[in-house]
Design a protein around this ligand. Structure first.
Ligand code: NAD
Length: 369
């Protein structure tokens, strides 16, 4: 089998520290599971600006386009806060997502038993939660034209945005959603506002058509977005995969993230169009940012980035067994009582970024024995 081409972009701040721990896991996979990776490392964000005068160089972008998958840490920090808008570190991130055509954003919200008390919700509501929110990322209200703020003849002003989706846009996100549901529990909830917005009437019609024509084995349900927000905090375990419009997904995925109670534990994946071989461009990154307040202190929680790598194995390389290994190793380390500062609980052992990374590798050894 051809070597898997991975581009690693640690970025800024804690991005560099958490990615160093992912490198341990990658090395472990190469040594112990004989997976061949061809790894390139590049710069993005402030670290790229410092060297190239731009947060995303043509060289890094070309490497991303040629890679089977991109692993990213985080970008940004106070050092670059006063830069002009178009060279800010975050612009590098938006540009790479756009150029790679990443229209599907996968945000799992999983509550590991050992951390159920970290949620603001009652333990029994969230313990064992395992849902996936799929957000459309390149269309909808955030990109629709026309948009703007105009001054009217009478001097008053008008601000407006447009919610628009074409059938191909709905179908491609729909296919990713049904595929995901197929790999999980074959249950998909499509979230819309079809009682008010015509665009989402079309969204609903297309989802129904897709289910009938291509995915009859997946159970499809529909929910209005206001109800979905309520149900997510009332009884989140009723869901498995949810798929929704860009802005609805922005809001719902942050709501679901908080069910888990901890930013340092949340991975994500963004996928693009499938090519002739069915291979999708893909970028995997933790949900958190570069955390300047703790950067350089060996304090950051590396688990979100480690679990982003597990998603990479699962979705880009179809290596479910290896992805399960990593997720189980993480579960066992937490069960064993190790915690980074952000998820510290009474009676547990506080450890550094490095020690947490080492502990996951040790656990992988045990599980693989
Ligand atoms: P942040 O996610 O960096 O940090 C928010 C809080 O959570 C901080 O107190 C931080 O210490 C803590 N935190 C985050 N990740 C953690 C981890 N892995 N382990 C332990 N604690 C963790 O968000 P912010 O403070 O709003 O932004 C800081 C910088 O990051 C800004 O420059 C922002 O633009 C950038 N940012 C980047 C991304 C990205 O690269 N995807 C996302 C969000 C913010």
């Amino acid at each position: 089998m051809a070597a898997k081409k991975l581009l690693i972009l640690p970025g800024d701040g804690i991005g560099v520290e958490v990615m160093a721990q992912v490198r341990r896991i990658i090395d472990w996979m190469a040594r112990k599971r004989k997976i061949e990776f061809e790894i390139t490392e590049g710069l993005i964000g402030g670290s790229s600006y410092d060297v190239h005068g731009t947060p995303l160089s043509d060289e890094t972008l070309a490497a991303a386009m040629a890679a089977d998958a991109v692993l990213l840490g985080a970008v940004g920090g106070p050092k670059w806060d006063d830069l002009p808008f178009d060279v800010k570190p975050e612009r590098g991130l938006l540009k790479i997502r756009k150029e790679m055509g990443l229209f599907a954003n996968l945000r799992p919200a999983t509550v590991l038993e050992a951390l159920a008390d970290a949620s603001t919700l009652k333990n029994e509501v969230v313990a064992g939660l395992d849902i996936m929110i799929l957000r459309e990322l390149t269309g909808g209200l955030y990109f629709g034209q026309p948009r703007g703020i105009d001054t009217l003849p009478d001097g008053t002003r008008k601000g407006y945005n447009t919610l628009v989706y074409t059938t191909p846009e709905i179908q491609r996100i729909g296919r990713v959603a049904f595929d995901l549901a197929r790999k999980r529990n074959k249950k998909l909830c499509s979230v819309d506002k079809a009682n008010v917005l015509e665009c989402t009437v079309l969204w609903r019609e297309e989802m129904i058509k897709l289910q009938k024509e291509e995915f009859p084995d997946v159970e499809l349900s529909h929910m209005y977005v206001d109800n979905a927000a309520m149900q997510l905090v009332r009884n989140p375990k009723q869901f498995d995969v949810m798929v929704t419009e860009n802005m609805f997904g922005d809001i719902l995925s942050d709501c679901a993230a908080m069910l888990t109670g901890s930013l340092g534990m949340l991975p994500s994946a963004s996928l693009g169009e499938a090519d002739a071989q069915g291979r999708r461009k893909a970028l995997y990154e933790p949900v958190h940012g570069s955390a300047p307040d703790i950067a350089g202190k060996d304090m950051a929680n590396p688990l979100a980035t480690i679990m982003s790598f597990a998603m990479c194995l699962r979705y880009s390389f179809d290596m479910a067994a290896e992805a399960d290994l990593i997720e189980n190793a993480v579960k066992n380390v937490l069960k064993g009582g190790l915690r980074t500062a952000d998820i510290m609980q009474p009676g547990k052992a506080k450890v550094s970024t490095t020690v947490m990374g080492e502990a996951v590798v040790r656990e992988l050894d045990k599980l693989n024995a």
